[in-house]
Design a protein around this ligand. Structure first.
Ligand SMILES: *[C@@H]1O[C@H](CO)[C@@H](O)[C@H](O)[C@H]1NC(C)=O
Ligand SMILES: *[C@@H]1O[C@H](CO)[C@@H](O)[C@H](O)[C@H]1NC(C)=O
Ligand SMILES: *[C@@H]1O[C@H](CO)[C@@H](O)[C@H](O)[C@H]1NC(C)=O
Ligand SMILES: *[C@@H]1O[C@H](CO)[C@@H](O)[C@H](O)[C@H]1NC(C)=O
Ligand SMILES: *[C@@H]1O[C@H](CO)[C@@H](O)[C@H](O)[C@H]1NC(C)=O
Length: 201
């Protein structure tokens, strides 16, 4: 009699765990020092869903991507060192993002355009979401990040719930494929260069 009872409880668990995200939580919240300390580190870009045609095309081209955030709490900037793989090549780049604490956004200035993304914190601190143009159905987008190269099924479900909150279909999601990463060697080289510099100084 033990076993069927245990099975019955186990089979209820997935039901009880469902709906991890309330759509109200998808709005950006102000960014604090604690947020900036938490987000500093290494992250992996797992998936996105993007309506803006130009940004969608850019997102589609990314085969794999990881990056480091280093926040400066006095300047309200975040140094982004990014290692995307595009066309089977690693295209490393670094830049500074400006933090707008009050509206929970990170912005990136380029000649002629400014990207603004809003930080959405999730219950699982090993994940987060950026949204773009959240109120604009033609251009809206969101992207999903984790602290490991591959997301768990459970983490992906939260991303799919977030997409649903924005009125997007699951089929609109684009995923990276960690097996395609070409940036590992360059990251290693950068780490060794940094080690050498700190040893010399
Ligand atoms: C943050 O920026 C200020 C001003 O540029 C600089 O003096 C400081 O060293 C930076 N802090 C860190 C942790 O990089
Ligand atoms: C945030 O951190 C900076 C740098 O350490 C500090 O100057 C500032 O007072 C902190 N802000 C708050 C609200 O704690
Ligand atoms: C690096 O980023 C800057 C600013 O976003 C951009 O102008 C430049 O073309 C990028 N370099 C490469 C090699 O992609
Ligand atoms: C949030 O701040 C950024 C940077 O100042 C700005 O570009 C953006 O329009 C602001 N968003 C809202 C909703 O106010
Ligand atoms: C969502 O918001 C509710 C109420 O504000 C809060 O209790 C809950 O912890 C939040 N969930 C997440 C995943 O942040």
């Amino acid at each position: 009699m033990m076993l069927p009872w245990a099975l019955a409880i186990l089979s209820l668990l997935p039901l009880m765990e469902a709906q991890k995200l309330s759509c109200a939580n998808l709005t950006a919240t102000p960014i604090t020092n604690a947020t900036l300390e938490w987000i500093s580190g290494k992250w992996f870009y797992i998936a996105s869903a993007v309506r803006n045609p130009k940004y969608k095309q850019e997102a589609q081209a990314i085969q794999a991507d990881f990056f480091y955030f280093t926040a400066n709490l006095t300047e309200d900037t975040v140094l982004l060192r990014e290692y995307p793989t595009v066309g089977d090549k690693c295209i490393y780049n670094s830049s500074y993002l400006k933090v707008q604490r009050e509206n929970g956004s990170f912005s990136h200035h380029e000649v002629g355009r400014e990207y603004v993304v809003y930080l959405v914190l999730l219950q699982d601190p090993r994940t987060f979401i950026f949204t773009a143009y959240p109120e604009d159905k033609q251009n809206q987008g969101l992207s999903f990040y984790t602290d490991k190269p591959e997301a768990t099924q459970e983490q992906l479900e939260v991303f799919h719930e977030a997409m649903a909150c924005m009125g997007m279909q699951k089929s609109e999601a684009m995923y990276t494929d960690w097996k395609k990463d070409q940036c590992g060697p360059l990251e290693k080289q950068h780490e060794e260069e940094r080690k050498k510099r700190t040893e010399e100084s």
